[in-house]
Design a protein around this ligand. Structure first.
Ligand SMILES: NC(=O)c1ccc[n+]([C@@H]2O[C@H](COP(=O)([O-])OP(=O)(O)OC[C@H]3O[C@@H](n4cnc5c(N)ncnc54)[C@H](O)[C@@H]3O)[C@@H](O)[C@H]2O)c1
Length: 304
């Protein structure tokens, strides 16, 4: 049996600590680095909390995660390096330029960016280095949500793309192949197409924000874990889909900018759960209930 490759995770924040946990749970030695010492030191505590929630003994898994105080020691002898640093193009470009110097020549270099094209992140790297660059878009919380979008750029070596896909499978993820490096990849394009329409309906007074969630959770949202939209289209039949689209598409929002309503709320300091109000009011206990309910339900769904 092959020894699991050493994995280096750069950035130990919301995504990074959960990505490190996932590799560690699958038996990989993981080195974890963050420029912020407090974030780095908090990571094992968050991993421990996650594991206890899952009913998993934390010690053996935490033993697989080594906290590193510099990126050079984190990257040393790593076979797979994934960055989950702040969403900023020049920061990510500079980081990969540094990793190109520090990482072993065979190491796969992966970015967990949400929406920045991987091609842009790698544009200043030399040909041999960027052939090892690939996108791996995880979803929050990364230790619970199965999907990882594996993104190929025009310069990603096919063997790197396939090896990354296989690695994600081997650690228990549900990888998918994204053959073109389009902004937002697949999942975020779908998700935000719906959010654009939802915010349009709210800001034009068709309904309130709470109603959007009631509609989604009590209708097509209920079916989605069992029936994807493409399966659904075939289920109801393509003639019906064509008729519906002929009628409805001209009425759907196709604006290119975020809705002004969002900017107005931000200007008033209504940022969402963190500030007690966003599209809806969020007293702390209500917000906490949403977070708890989400992780409990996700954990339950993984047991099925
Ligand atoms: N939050 C999500 O739901 C989500 C989902 C998928 C992908 N992502 C992407 O993952 C990445 C990380 O997002 P997050 O939500 O974990 O952010 P976060 O702010 O929680 O964590 C980012 C961490 O990067 C660290 N950092 C910044 N520069 C660094 C450097 N040069 N070297 C090492 N560490 C550095 C910061 O100190 C911070 O702890 C972003 O690209 C984001 O778009 C986020």
């Amino acid at each position: 049996m092959n020894t699991p490759a050493k994995v280096c995770v750069v950035g130990a924040g919301l995504m990074g600590h959960g990505i490190a946990q996932t590799f560690a749970q699958a038996g990989h030695p993981v080195s974890l680095f963050d420029v912020d010492k407090n974030t780095l030191e908090l990571a094992p505590l968050l991993v421990e909390r996650n594991l206890r929630q899952l009913g998993v003994e934390p010690e053996p898994i935490l033993d697989n995660i080594k906290l590193c105080s510099d990126v050079a020691s984190a990257a040393l002898s790593a076979g797979f390096i994934i960055e989950a640093v702040t969403e900023n193009l020049s920061l990510k470009q500079a980081l990969f330029a540094l990793l190109a110097e520090l990482a072993p020549e065979h190491a796969i270099l992966a970015s967990n960016t949400s929406v920045i094209p991987i091609t842009d992140i790698g544009e200043k790297l030399s040909g041999p280095v960027r052939s090892r660059l690939v996108g791996t878009h995880w979803w929050n919380p990364p230790h619970l949500i199965p999907l990882v979008e594996v993104i190929k750029t025009p310069f990603t070596d096919n063997a790197v793309f396939e090896a990354t896909f296989d690695l994600m499978l081997s650690i228990g993820k549900q990888p998918v192949k994204v053959f073109q490096d389009v902004p937002g990849f697949i999942g975020n394009r779908l998700q935000h197409a719906m959010w654009r329409e939802a915010l349009y309906l709210v800001s034009t007074g068709v309904c309130d924000a709470e109603t959007i969630d009631t509609v989604v959770k009590n209708s097509f949202g209920m079916r989605m874990p069992f029936l994807g939209p493409m399966e659904n289209a075939d289920l109801v039949g393509l003639k019906l889909i064509q008729q519906v689209h002929q009628f409805i598409f001209p009425h759907l929002c196709n604006e290119q900018s975020p809705r002004p309503m969002i900017e107005d709320l931000i200007k008033q300091g209504f940022l969402g759960m963190e500030s007690g109000k966003g599209l809806q009011n969020w007293p702390p206990e209500k917000a906490e209930n949403v977070r708890k309910n989400l992780s409990n339900r996700l954990i339950d769904s993984l047991k099925d």
